[in-house]
Structure formats: structure tokens, C-alpha cells
Design a protein around this ligand. Structure first.
Ligand code: NAD
Ligand code: TYD
Length: 379
């Protein structure tokens, strides 16, 4: 049965959310989505603006929404900064997105993942706990930790991850997220901090940094660059449109139960090669390419990602049953809308591709060339 949305009334009529990592892909979509649907809510957006965080993601905020959104340039590892933030404002809830989020980067440089995802989450929990205890442990306070299905590891051809699937992470990224999940759960059990964890499948949509599969392939097709498909291209992900994820997070924040975990998935399982073919079709029709000029000719199978999880699939029946959430966007339509968004926002892509981005792209794909020539793959 669907629970009513009671959370904001418990603490304040105009709640103030502390959103960490709000300048990234999902965080910025969440902020835009929430400001539009909750006209009295205010948001503090704490972000370190790494390569993945971009204030250009807020260029289209209306003047009214701008007044309810305050950006703070800061790092979740900086406990003094976090304490100052909690001291200055009456915070109703924390929505924790800030993370290093790219698996390939975690393979080539794992330490940043331990630093931000584990230590940063721990510091944020400490600051939130001190604030919450200082306020007399208000029951309405929430610490919503945004995590990933990758903590559960890899599936064979059958089955889906549910909330009690054992943790079995394969990459430094998923190991660091698993570790942060354990800390969040421990703070509920040990201190009673009202934490909730969500584990979500792969997102796609506007403002995704062009290093992840879908935006990388879209941009490479547009620019007629090779399309690097890892391994045999048969790895499967369960794709969710980012605005469906935002709606799920809002439902969990407003009606979820502290101490609980909610799995969120799109029910749209696709192999990587299937996604690449679809993107070639969508862009060929929009760019008037066919025959010898078709983008299919750009596809290259490259050496596999070490520790590459074969399949992810999410059982979302708990959040559907308890909170009444379900994905509203159909995969084919939302993928086409995403392609159109990138075609209409080439200036945004240009703005977020820093020198660091170019260095990363050449390092990641040059490593694959080296593995191909017989060099050792890490792991
Ligand atoms: P992203 O990489 O696009 O954004 C991460 C944001 O965090 C950036 O704005 C970055 O500047 C900020 N950040 C990084 N380190 C920081 C630090 N030390 N202090 C403060 N800010 C910092 O990531 P995303 O794809 O938007 O993912 C957001 C969250 O959702 C992550 O926790 C990720 O694990 C989780 N998640 C992502 C997906 C997905 O498909 N993208 C799926 C499930 C869960
Ligand atoms: P990615 O978008 O990095 O998300 P995740 O690894 O967190 O699922 O990758 C999605 C899938 O696409 C994954 O199986 C790896 C694959 N992939 C490629 O085949 N080529 C690429 O260039 C990238 C970035 C990913």
C-alpha cells in the first residue's frame, strides 16, 4: 500500500535539504526536480566541483528556483567545513550523492575512491550525528545515502538483486560504495541516526558526464570517433531514466522507513552492444547517415574491463509495494529524448570537457590498447 507523504510536516513547513554532490549528474537532476515539485523547500548544495561537478548544470534554473538553491563549494572530507554548515542552518535532511562514481577511474586510481566514498561518507555521518544529537535527536531528521546496485556484485543469466542479497563488490568503486553503505547502516544501528539507503541501477539522461557508456557513445558517434565496446559487449545493465530515480528518492525521503534499504531499478535490461546499436540507429536517422557512412562502422571491440560484472538486474518490488513508486519513463522513448538533449546541448558538453577530461580519455583507452598488445591488465 502507498504510504502518505508525511515527512516535511513533522519538522518544518519549508524543509532545508543538504544535498552533497548536487553539481553532478544525478544530484543536479534531483535538485531541479525537487525545486520544481516542492515549492517551499530550500536546498543547500555542497559540492567540491571535481571534474564531474559543473555549475553549468544549473544554467536553466528559474529566478525563483535560484532563490531556494544555495551552492557551497566544499568537500565532504572537510569535517570543519561540515560542522560549520550544520551549525549555521536548520537542516531537515541530508541527501548524500557526493562520490567518485566511475568504475574505470577506480581501476586506474582507487585511492580517491576510498578517500571520498569511504572517508568522506564517514565524516559526513559524524557531522550529521553531532548535529542531530545536539538538536535532541529529532525523529523527522533523515540521512538518505544514495548508493548503487554494484555493491551486490555480478549476476548470472537468472535472478535479480533484492535488498537482502549479499554484498560482493568487484571493483574499487563498488567496494568503496559497499563500505560506505556499511557505515551508514552502522550509524542507524549504533547511534539511532535515521538513515536510509537506496541501491539503484545504471542511470541515463541529461547532464551525465560524457565518460559513462551512453553519453560517451553519443558524443563519439556525433564526432565520428571509434565506439569502444568492452569485451564481447554482452554485459547487461538494468537502465533507469534519471528522473525516475529522482522521483524514487523523493518518495524514500518523504515516506521511507529509517534503517531500511530500498532497491531501485528500471526493469530495462539491455546488453551494452544492444545500447550501442540503438544509439547508432537513433543518431544515424537524426544526422542523415546510412550505408558506408553508418555509425555502425565505428564500433570497435576492445579489451575487457578487469573484474567486469556480467549482469545487473534489480528487484524493485519493495519500493513499489511500500511507497507506490514505479518507473514512468519507457526506455526507448527516454533514450531517444536523451540523444536529442545531447544534440541540443553540445555547448554544455564542450564546457564540461576540461583538459582533465581529455587526459583521462586518452589514458583509459590507451591502457586498453596496451592490454590488447599483450600488456598486463590490472586485477
Ligand atoms: P557524478 O560523478 O556525476 O557526480 C558526483 C558529484 O560529487 C560531482 O558533482 C562531484 O563534484 C561531487 N564530489 C566528488 N567528490 C566530492 C567531495 N569529496 N566532496 C564534495 N563533493 C564531491 O555522479 P552521479 O552519477 O551523479 O552519482 C551520484 C551518486 O549516485 C553517487 O554516489 C553514485 O555512487 C550513485 N549512483 C550513481 C548511479 C549512476 O548510474 N550514475 C547509479 C546508482 C547510484
Ligand atoms: P558505465 O557507464 O561505466 O557504468 P557501470 O560500469 O557503472 O555499469 O559502463 C556501463 C557498461 O558499459 C559496462 O558494462 C562497461 C561498458 N562500457 C563499454 O563497453 N565501453 C565504454 O567505453 C564504457 C565507458 C563502458
Amino acid at each position: 500500500m502507498k504510504k502518505s507523504s508525511c515527512w516535511p510536516k513533522l519538522l518544518s513547513s519549508s524543509p532545508l535539504l543538504l544535498v552533497t554532490g548536487g553539481a553532478g549528474f544525478i544530484g543536479s537532476n534531483f535538485i531541479r526536480y525537487t525545486l520544481a515539485r516542492r515549492p517551499l523547500w530550500r536546498i543547500l548544495n555542497l559540492d567540491a566541483l571535481t571534474y564531474a561537478g559543473n555549475l553549468a548544470n544549473f544554467d536553466d534554473l528559474s529566478a525563483q528556483d535560484r532563490e531556494r538553491h544555495r551552492f557551497i563549494h566544499g568537500d565532504i572530507r572537510d569535517l570543519a567545513c561540515l560542522r560549520r554548515l550544520f551549525e549555521q542552518d536548520e537542516i531537515s535532511a541530508v541527501i548524500h550523492f557526493a562520490a567518485e562514481s566511475h568504475v574505470d577511474r577506480s581501476i586506474l586510481g582507487p585511492e580517491a575512491f576510498v578517500d571520498t566514498n569511504v572517508l568522506g561518507t564517514f565524516r559526513l555521518l559524524e557531522a550529521a550525528r553531532a548535529y542531530w544529537e545536539g538538536k535532541g535527536r529529532p525523529a523527522a531528521f533523515r540521512f538518505l545515502h544514495v548508493s548503487t546496485d554494484e555493491v551486490y556484485g555480478s549476476l548470472g543469466p537468472q535472478g535479480r538483486f533484492c535488498e537482502d542479497s549479499p554484498y560482493d563488490p568487484s571493483s574499487p568503486y563498488s567496494a568503496s560504495k559497499a563500505s560506505s553503505d556499511h557505515f551508514v547502516r552502522a550509524y542507524f544501528r549504533t547511534y539511532g541516526l535515521p538513515t536510509i539507503i537506496t541501491n539503484c541501477s545504471n542511470n541515463y539522461g541529461p547532464y551525465q558526464f560524457p565518460e559513462k557508456l551512453i553519453p560517451l557513445m553519443i558524443m563519439n558517434i556525433i564526432e565520428k570517433k571509434p565506439l569502444p565496446v568492452y569485451g564481447d559487449g554482452q554485459n547487461i545493465r538494468d537502465w533507469l531514466y534519471v528522473l525516475d530515480h529522482c522521483q524514487a528518492l523523493l518518495s524514500v525521503l518523504e515516506a521511507g522507513t529509517p534503517g531500511e534499504t530500498y532497491n531501485i531499478g528500471g526493469g530495462a535490461e539491455r546488453s551494452n552492444i544492444n545500447i550501442v546499436h540503438k544509439l547508432c540507429d537513433l543518431l544515424d536517422s537524426r544526422l542523415g547517415r546510412s550505408g558506408a557512412d553508418s555509425s555502425y562502422h565505428l564500433i570497435r571491440f576492445v579489451p575487457d574491463r578487469p573484474g567486469h560484472d556480467r549482469r545487473y538486474a534489480i528487484d524493485s518490488s519493495k519500493i513499489q509495494r511500500e511507497l507506490g513508486w514505479r518507473p514512468e519513463h519507457d526506455f526507448e522513448h527516454a533514450l531517444a529524448a536523451t540523444v536529442d538533449w545531447y544534440l541540443q546541448h553540445l555547448d554544455w558538453v564542450e564546457a564540461v570537457r576540461s583538459g582533465e577530461y581529455r587526459r583521462w580519455i586518452s589514458l583509459n583507452y590507451q591502457k586498453r590498447d596496451e592490454w590488447c598488445r599483450g600488456g598486463e591488465a590490472p586485477g
